[in-house]
Design a protein around this ligand. Sequence first.
Ligand code: TYD
Ligand code: MG
Length: 456
Amino acid sequence: MAKTKTAFFCQNCGTQSPKWLGKCPGCNEWNTFVEEVVTSAQDEDWKDTTAKKSTKSKPESLESIEVSSEQRIPTNDKELDRVLGGGLVGGSLILIGGEPGIGKSTLMLQIALQLPSVKTLYVSGEESKQQIKMRAQRIGKQSPSLFILTETNLNLIFDQIKQLSPSILIIDSIQTIFTDKVEAATGSVSQVRQCAGELMKFAKQTNTPVFLIGHITKEGSLAGPKILEHMVDTVIQFEGDRHLSYRILRTTKNRFGSTSELGIYEMQNNGLRQVSNPSEILISQREDGLSGISIGASLEGNRPLLIEIQSLVTPAAYGTPQRSSTGFDSKRLNMLLAVLEKRGGHRLGMHDVFLNIAGGLRIDDPAIDLAVAVAIVSSLEEVPIPKKSCFAGEVGLGGEIRAVNRIENRIMEAEKLGFEQIYISEYNTKGLDMSRYAIKILTFSRLDAVVSAILN
Ligand code: TYD
Ligand code: MG
């Protein structure tokens, strides 16, 4: 008989330790260690323990390996397809994380309903069949090839899978599934890891794409083990402000595509609507004539996005001025403030500066530097930025405006949305045929030149 071995696991991040610890060295949380049984049964096959595989894998020369051009299954959802890198890859294990109530179950059910000719099994450990049916009615779709199973025991789930042999499997959620092979509580680190491991073997051996829904802890990491993120092929986060109806789908890891793509949805009464032109919603609430507001032409992945940047600069009431930014890196904000102060002579050292990216987005694209800098000056000087103008340029430490990538895409998006002028770097004009665009392209090499062009 196998000896039972135990170890302690941090329930927050999955760190393992041979003895109990008060504070987790991995995530610095207190009192998160719980003793769990470590079984040696982790290598068991998902089908049957008796079905030992006889095929051993042998080394093969790289040249002789054949690649059957990756079969992708389109999900009929443009946003998800884009985020996945062009559709579902057979045998891939995809983790969808998000806070409770953000809409993970709705999204997956909706995707399943949109695949009418693909046999899909939706396993729910959280809701009853009636609840799922009601949600499907709310979405207003039917599908004869979608099967619902309410079960939490993984072995029984596999029994059903063997009979049904679905082409796509959805598990809602991985934290509610358990296996008898591990004697730990449902949702604990060992359970989650063991179940995900078996589901991964199932995915790889049958070439079935498997979606795992996972909850997120308050701190924003996937509840339970980090290890889950290492095991799966793709990690998708479903995020958004619960008070706003917009939801953003973003990959943080993808073995089959880039991690810079975004999908945008709007939660409506009848399910999630794909937002194919996000710039419109991100800048639609613009009031004319307000100072401190500018539009940056950004790129998220391959997708041009025009975003509104709001800034508020007020005299500091106390000694140390406050700097606060939402959706934009605060170190970068400090850098831009220093450049404005040193190279442009703007007295920002005596002012509080607040910066906000509208729509709850987080932007890392350096091309919005210029828009951020002019928004700050506009608020400081209380001069609104000319109407229908937008900006694309990175600001260097010397106050120079640097070239940004894919300038044509940014210009085209601005033109499409009815902007009349775009401010870009002079260094971006090489090979750029300005006569192709109706929008006026203004080129600058220095930040202070842009600022004086706007203030006058
Ligand atoms: P849900 O998918 O249950 O979230 P999760 O699985 O991430 O916990 O989504 C729940 C929220 O979405 C709930 O507050 C109701 C809302 N909702 C709508 O606004 N419209 C809809 O059509 C549906 C189905 C849900
Ligand atoms: Mg749910």
